[in-house]
Design a protein around this ligand. Structure first.
Ligand code: OGA
Ligand code: NI
Length: 340
């Protein structure tokens, strides 16, 4: 597999095999800057007064319904830990190519892998995107990170920093799943319980080298994440993440020391993508929380009645994954398959 080396020091001319067909390019002049974006302060009042959901839960509900994503502040995860984690990610991708090549594969069954995503053109030719990703599992049991031995040994701080980071994110996920359950009018442990005993937890570290031609390529093409909840941390000060809102691409203004949270469900699974930056390299870490392949996914029973009949049939998460992966390189439309 071909890799992008560290291009931050040597300006490179744009390789022609990276040029996307016209209709797949980002069309940056048509992207809307985000005017009002949902930012949720986790310190907001979270007391129910008997009249209905707390102000915090109401904000979560509105953000999930209107956008399918929000940014959170006052989350309690130390800024220094997040900075160290993103630095470790950058250092990993800036190691000599051989170090990353050991993990390079397009085989999804490999739990640890370095991959490049691509789009297919009209001749089904694969056109690589301007990014590289490292995927690996993360999980914490009894306050211990359990996948240390699987993580890259270099850079030397990677294992420790990602273990620490995972502990913080694990706790934050529980808090968010409970807020989102309540926002749906369910018991606070509903989603976590129903996603199941053995959730799939993967982390995706993304590396975007500076790109001489941001108009001709994308960092990540339009996609929805295949999990129940994503918590994303990104390099500060670089605008690159975009979400689709009412059929327009809208740029997310990254709030300092915030996480981007994306949820799926009645609550939309937001389409999003990233664009590249001419001068700066950017990194991000997406932490996913998903069901186990054997888990049956279906409409929440408590939310279905005569007025709100189920829109989707029930299916195994494995079936969803298979369909999603079969559509690699295209604009994936997986949910149609499960519509009733
Ligand atoms: C992802 C993703 C966005 C980003 O990893 O699924 O959407 O900002 N990343 O890197
Ligand atoms: Ni994503």
């Amino acid at each position: 597999m071909e890799m992008i080396g560290n291009t931050s020091t040597s300006p490179l001319s744009f390789p022609t095999h990276y040029i996307l067909p016209e209709d797949k390019r980002p069309h940056l002049s048509q992207v809307t800057p985000l005017v009002s974006l949902p930012v949720i302060d986790l310190n907001d009042v979270d007391l129910e007064d008997g009249q209905g959901p707390s102000p915090l839960v109401q904000k979560v509900s509105k953000a999930c319904e209107e956008y399918g994503f929000f940014q959170i502040i006052n989350h309690g995860v130390p800024q220094e830990l997040c900075d160290s984690m993103l630095n470790a990610v950058a250092n990993f991708f800036e190691l000599p190519d051989e170090e990353r090549a050991r993990f390079a594969t397009n085989d999804y069954t490999k739990r640890v892998r370095v991959t490049k995503y691509y789009l297919k053109d009209e001749h089904q030719q694969k056109i690589p995107l301007w990014s590289e990703t490292l995927v690996h599992p993360w999980d914490v049991i009894d306050n211990k990170f359990i996948f240390t031995h699987m993580l890259p040994e270099n850079p030397p701080q990677y294992r420790e920093v990602v273990a620490q980071y995972s502990k913080e994110i694990g706790a934050l996920m529980t808090q968010l799943l409970s807020l989102i359950s309540r926002a749906l009018g369910l018991q606070k442990d509903h989603l976590q319980k129903n996603i199941g005993e053995k959730p799939t937890k993967n982390a995706q570290a993304n590396y975007y080298p500076p790109c001489p031609e941001p108009e001709l390529t994308l960092g990540l093409a339009s996609h929805t994440d295949l999990c129940a909840l994503t918590i994303l941390r990104q390099t500060e000060g670089i605008i690159a993440l975009q979400v689709l809102k009412d059929d327009n691409w809208v740029s997310i203004d990254p709030v300092p020391n915030a996480f981007v949270v994306m949820s799926n469900g009645r609550f939309k699974s937001v389409h999003h993508r990233t664009v590249t930056n001419k001068n700066l390299r950017r990194v991000s870490m997406a932490m996913f929380y998903a069901p186990n392949p054997d888990t049956v996914i279906g409409p929440v029973e408590d939310l279905v009645d005569e007025e709100h009949p189920p829109i989707y049939r029930s299916y195994h998460y494995a079936e969803f994954l298979q369909e999603f992966r079969g559509q690699e390189g295209t604009r994936r439309r997986v949910t149609n398959l499960f519509e009733l």
